[in-house]
Write a protein that binds this ligand. Structure first.
Ligand code: ADP
Length: 267
């Protein structure tokens, strides 16, 4: 089966007046349909850069990126992006926020509206359709943002620390909740997070990046022997700690053995 996403030997450097900063080095991996993959790595290693490249906001220096076997093009409407901030507009109701993407891309049809209505109902936001974003909790706002993204029917969802603006308690329930919605929707997802527990509780595989320039240190498949494999059940399963420690160890190994930045590397 053709992978949804394939990255082959991706390199990327930022060029500024201060010089060159190599952010990504020889990144290769594939995502198959319906897979949920987390990306973890030290702060500033290149995680967001990776997502920006996949989203077509920037072009790789070298290497290939394929979406369903075709070279990735700029602004592909097959890719949905969810960020740390939900970017809901206060001057629009939740209903009109949810429809915004479809409106902008001129895909607002009676069918899209029906779909939006069904999703608001399915995800418990029906009675908030006329509310302003500020009247919703952080978790409900993230649900609304996710519905807006899913309504565009993307093949691939890119999630860049989407829960990090939430407080710890909310974050636990919202990440579990959003993770399950994405699973049920059958979408393929790539989640960047610095929260190892979140990475393990949500993913089928965890990609561990080294310090900048990010290389792939390891890709760890994550499987749980659970009848009901939910993020919450995973957090309570005995394997959870094993995976957490394995990733933690790998990240720290990198800290101890990686050389410092090259002299040309000025950032
Ligand atoms: P992460 O998401 O892992 O925290 P980023 O992908 O945001 O890291 O950034 C990786 C590195 O690239 C950073 O350490 C930073 O030095 C550099 N970088 C990021 N954005 C820019 C930019 N616009 N110009 C120059 N350097 C940048």
């Amino acid at each position: 089966m053709t992978p949804i996403l394939e990255l082959r030997n991706i390199d990327y450097s930022y060029h500024t007046l201060d010089g060159e900063t190599k952010a990504l080095s020889n990144i290769s991996f594939t995502l198959t349909k319906g897979e949920f993959v987390s990306v973890v790595g030290p702060s500033g290693c290149g995680k967001s850069t990776l997502l920006s490249l996949i989203d077509g906001l920037m072009q790789p220096e070298s290497g290939e990126m394929l979406l369903k076997g075709q070279p990735l093009t700029e602004n592909s409407d097959q890719i949905g992006y969810m960020l740390q901030h939900d970017h809901l507009f206060e001057w629009r109701s939740i209903w009109r926020n949810v429809l915004l993407g479809a409106e902008i891309s001129r895909r607002l049809t009676p069918e899209t509206k029906r779909h939006a209505k069904a999703m608001l109902e399915q995800y418990g936001l029906k009675q908030f359709a006329r509310s302003k974003p500020s009247e919703l909790s952080g978790g409900m706002r993230q649900r609304a943002a996710l519905i807006r993204t899913l309504l565009m029917e993307p093949e691939l969802l890119l999630l860049d620390e989407p829960f990090s603006a939430l407080d710890y308690q909310t974050r636990l329930t919202v990440s579990d909740d959003i993770g399950q919605i994405i699973r049920r929707s059958g979408k393929t997802a790539l989640l960047v997070t610095h929260d190892l527990s979140e990475a393990v509780s949500l993913a089928d595989r965890v990609i561990i990046l080294t310090r900048r320039p990010a290389r792939i240190a390891r890709i760890i498949p994550v499987t749980f022997d659970l009848a009901d494999d939910t993020p919450l059940a995973r957090r309570n399963a005995p394997e959870f700690k094993t995976y957490f420690n394995e990733i933690w160890k790998e990240l720290n190994r990198d800290e101890q053995t990686e050389p410092g930045p090259k002299p040309a590397d000025k950032s």
